[in-house]
Design a protein around this ligand. Structure first.
Ligand code: URA
Length: 187
């Protein structure tokens, strides 16, 4: 499938129960030749309304985080573990993540990113390790399926607890260095 076919098929998805309550499928946004992929948890209310990832309060903070390290939102790719909003913003269930993973997997196959950045614990548990501990392992690079991968605290966690921000600043600097080292058309 190419991007257009994948996008079209995803908009019709009924692979799990979240399709019954969603207003929009949040496919993902950014450059289709992006070298850096950010993966969040799942759409919130604003994202569900607009059909775009990270456009609510957490998204505004993500924009600030990207700006801090000179990353342009249009030059990276932003997606979520699940493409439809879980009711009342609960964590996506294991079976919802499993059902949805076909889409993200195909997006990754098309993108072939150099770096994957998990936003928060839910994405890190999926991409890095089932027992990933965000408080201990944020900012550490690891290779998963041949791709350098790390996790940052989720921007919503940084909004709830600003004491986590200094650590995230250090992690963002490590990300910036990795972009310098491994990416050719991102900065
Ligand atoms: N939180 C997420 O994990 N993803 C979004 O798109 C918005 C908020």
């Amino acid at each position: 499938m190419d991007w257009a076919e994948l996008h079209r098929a995803c908009l019709d998805c009924a692979r799990c129960g979240l399709c019954r309550t969603r207003r929009n499928v949040v496919f993902g946004t950014g450059a289709r030749d992006a070298e850096v992929l950010f993966v969040g948890e799942g759409p919130g209310e604003q994202e569900d309304l607009k059909g775009e990832p990270f456009v609510g309060p957490a998204g505004h903070l993500l924009d600030d985080m990207l700006e801090l390290i000179d990353l342009d939102r249009n030059k990276v790719y932003i997606a979520n573990m699940v493409k439809c909003r879980p009711p009342r913003n609960r964590d996506p269930l294991r079976e919802e993540q499993d059902a949805c993973s076909v889409w993200l997997r195909q997006q990754i196959a098309l993108l072939r990113p150099k770096l994957i950045v998990c936003l928060g614990r839910v994405a890190a548990m999926r991409f890095i390790r089932e027992d990933f501990r965000i408080s201990r392992e944020h900012g550490q690079w690891t290779i998963r399926d041949g791709v350098l991968t790390m996790a940052l605290y989720h921007p919503a966690a940084l909004l709830r607890d600003p004491r986590l921000r200094p650590d995230t600043f250090v992690d963002l600097k490590a990300l910036q260095q990795a972009v310098r080292d491994y990416c050719t058309h991102t900065l």
